[in-house]
Design a protein around this ligand. Structure first.
Ligand SMILES: NC(=O)c1ccc[n+]([C@@H]2O[C@H](COP(=O)([O-])OP(=O)(O)OC[C@H]3O[C@@H](n4cnc5c(N)ncnc54)[C@H](O)[C@@H]3O)[C@@H](O)[C@H]2O)c1
Ligand SMILES: [Zn+2]
Length: 365
């Protein structure tokens, strides 16, 4: 087992990575002082694979554990679904000392976390992420919330879990495209923060599927990734500075997701394209070298994530989406640009012309 601590004073918590975590979780939760009633929140697909195993482990450790299933998918990440979770809280009479466990990807984690943050003004919360993206990103850092019809993640709260428990074996059933999407965030951590992670990824002959990675290597990749996110959020819990680095690849990535209506590319695929464009801009500015950009491109290619934007995606529409963000942020488009493998900086000094050129090259023109 590997453990990382998210250091936030009296709200610090462990991230535990273990190939048999699902079997051991009951005892671990006892060890961190939890007891009594537990509500596991999941969706039918994930619960079918792992729900019973988790409930058994909880019952064995003496918990009064029940579960609540909500429909799968981003479009159900709403207040309406959270209300459904509250109904179960009522039915099972969850109290202040009770615990909600999220068993699922980022959608389940964000929603269950928001329910835990708000039910009785906050009850215990534990994350058991089941997608690669949730393991290395969504489950760590305390952002919880739901979408509003006017936009994603508009309603939410900062609320830290008591523990994040990662069992890499659950990735076996994750659809490969979801796995590759999560790898985009892993590469991001290598570029902005952790050169050892970057070289570990470079050393692997294949990266595009869970089964290509020896278990110890996968654990090490998860460890470096979670460590990076934990370090960054420990230093900047409320996103006033350093945490912005996590947006590497996301400026143009979000714009691509917006103009393609979140249908054509997964989040990770859009972030991969965003990292290629940001790296390109950094090369133009002389911030990092063409060699480093090629190393980044090689990793993205190895994961089988896209490195070229589809020809019919409109560059003007992407620029408009970026300018829309700029108005929301108040003035300038902020980019996170790499300076070396393992180091990045925030800048608002990227000219419209540089962005335009980078987008043209992203299309391979
Ligand atoms: N809170 C944060 O800091 C943060 C950070 C990044 C993203 N997010 C949020 O996370 C969400 C995306 O999360 P995601 O990428 O994990 O997607 P997701 O939660 O939608 O899961 C993707 C799909 O995989 C299925 N699935 C999950 N685990 C599985 C498993 N082990 N086996 C088989 N199927 C499985 C799910 O049912 C779902 O259909 C977005 O809503 C995003 O806003 C939050
Ligand atoms: Zn992301």
């Amino acid at each position: 087992m590997k453990t990382i601590t998210v250091a936030l004073g009296d709200r610090s918590y462990p991230i535990s990575i273990d190939a048999h975590a699902l079997k051991k979780v009951g005892q671990w939760l006892v060890d961190i002082g939890l007891k009594g009633k537990v509500l596991v929140v999941s969706n039918p697909v994930i619960f079918q694979h792992y729900g019973q195993q988790l409930l058994t482990a909880l019952h064995k450790a003496g918990f009064d554990a029940q579960f609540c299933l909500v429909p799968a998918g981003e479009r159900y990440k709403t207040l309406k679904t959270v209300e459904r979770i509250y109904e179960y809280c009522v039915q099972y009479r969850l109290e202040r000392r009770s615990t909600i466990i999220a068993l699922g990807g980022g959608v389940i984690g964000d929603m269950a976390g928001f329910a835990a943050a708000t039910w009785l003004r906050g009850i215990n919360f534990v994350q058991i992420p089941t997608t690669l993206l949730a393991m290395v990103d969504a489950a760590i850092g305390g952002k919880t919330g739901v979408n509003h019809r006017m936009g994603k993640n508009l309603i939410g709260a900062f609320y830290q879990p008591k523990a994040v428990i990662i069992d890499p074996q659950v990735l076996q059933t994750l659809p490969p495209r979801e796995y590759r999407s999560g790898m985009a965030e892993v590469i991001k951590y290598g570029v902005i923060w952790e050169p050892q992670l970057f070289t570990l990824l470079e050393e692997q002959s294949r990266l595009s599927h869970y089964r290509y990675l020896p278990p110890e290597t996968l654990t090490q990749i998860l460890y470096f990734s979670c460590q990076t996110k934990a370090t960054i959020v420990s230093q900047d819990e409320r996103e006033s500075g350093l945490r912005a680095l996590l947006n590497y690849g996301h400026t143009i990535g979000h714009a691509i997701e917006t103009v393609t209506q979140y249908r054509r590319y997964t989040h990770g695929e859009a972030v991969a394209l965003g990292m290629i464009a940001a790296g390109d801009i950094a090369v133009q500015l002389g911030w990092w070298s063409e060699t480093e950009q090629q190393r980044q491109k090689a990793l993205i290619t190895k994961v089988k994530l896209p490195i070229q934007l589809a020809p019919d995606v409109d560059i003007e529409a992407i620029k408009n989406a970026l300018n829309w963000d700029k108005k929301v942020e108040g003035g300038t488009v902020r980019f996170i640009l790499p300076k070396a493998i393992g180091r990045a900086e925030i800048t608002d000094q990227v000219s419209a012309e540089l962005i335009h050129q980078a987008l043209i090259r992203l299309k391979g023109q």
